[in-house]
Design a protein around this ligand. Structure first.
Ligand SMILES: Nc1ncnc2c1ncn2[C@@H]1O[C@H](COP(=O)(O)OP(=O)(O)OP(=O)(O)O)[C@@H](O)[C@H]1O
Ligand SMILES: [Mg+2]
Length: 256
């Protein structure tokens, strides 16, 4: 199974909306990493605008800087120079608490290793970030967690523990957890990396639906071309720069 660019799991074209306002921007973004005497320039001046309702796949060889860029977009790190703007807010100007608050309000993270907490049920895992944010009562968190799990076809698994799920189910629960907090943006680092092709495409479809039906913005790092082809836009990184920026919405030609 290898869906064409812009097509979903069953080969139907995805109905990508026009992108909206900028939600993530970088300006001349530079990140140097390493000990002070052997600094490596990992990001070499990146200018990027990601808009509402875009599903961006970030690809490129190992070591090209994808995770470093994603961490900066997620306010998990600070630039060496240049700027990251999240909904217009310059994250370089925030302290640790300010960045943590911004993350809690605007962002959902999905990683290759899902970090579900083994001692809690599926429903509790999805509730925890909502409880931490403190904007809803416990009952409200439980109700919302159940809704989100149902929407992702996981309702029947709500009372199970993570070890009682398949890898694909675990990954979808971790997406449910990221989504439950109503983020504007989901950042995912190789969310399909541990999955077989079928489950990988299911996860891609879940992301595409979130973008199309709920207007969320997704930025997803992936090594897999067939997954990258299912996004609305593909960015290719090389040596700390973005060397290709491809519109993959309907009518656009498939990635080479
Ligand atoms: N703390 C660090 N100190 C020094 N160099 C680092 C550090 N973290 C990352 N790097 C280097 O920065 C470069 C980019 O790393 P990054 O993790 O962003 O790559 P990536 O594109 O996500 O790769 P992969 O596909 O393997 O995950 C690599 O060359 C890496 O060795
Ligand atoms: Mg990486």
């Amino acid at each position: 199974m290898s869906p064409d660019a812009g097509h979903g799991l069953h080969g139907h074209p995805r109905a990508w909306a026009e992108p909206g306002a900028p939600v993530l921007e970088t300006r001349a973004l530079v990140r140097d990493l390493g000990a002070s005497d052997v600094l490596t320039r990992v990001l070499s001046g990146i200018d990027l605008v990601v808009r509402e309702r875009e599903f961006v796949a970030l690809t490129g060889l190992s070591g090209s800087g994808k995770s470093t860029l994603l961490y900066l977009l997620g306010a998990l790190d600070r630039p060496t120079s240049g700027k990251v703007l999240l909904d217009g807010v310059d994250i370089g100007k925030l302290d640790d608490d300010g960045r943590a608050k911004l993350r809690g309000e605007k962002l959902g993270f999905v990683f290759q290793f899902h970090f579900l907490l083994p001692e809690f049920t599926v429903a509790e895992n999805v509730m925890l970030p909502m409880m931490r944010r403190g904007a809803r009562s416990r009952e409200d968190c439980a109700r919302h967690a159940a809704e989100v799990l149902d929407a992702l076809g996981l309702g029947e698994l709500a009372t199970r523990r993570p070890h009682q799920l398949s890898g694909g189910q675990q990954q979808r629960v971790s997406i449910a957890r990221a989504v439950a907090n109503d983020p504007r943006i989901i950042l995912a680092d190789e969310p399909t990396g541990n999955l077989d092709t079928r489950n990988g495409h299911i996860v891609m479809d879940v992301f595409a639906r979130l973008v199309i039906e709920r207007g969320i913005t997704v930025v997803m790092v992936t090594h897999e071309r067939s997954f990258a082809a299912g996004a609305s836009r593909q960015l290719v990184m090389e040596d700390g720069r973005i060397v290709e920026d491809v519109d993959q919405r309907a009518g656009a030609s498939p990635a080479p």
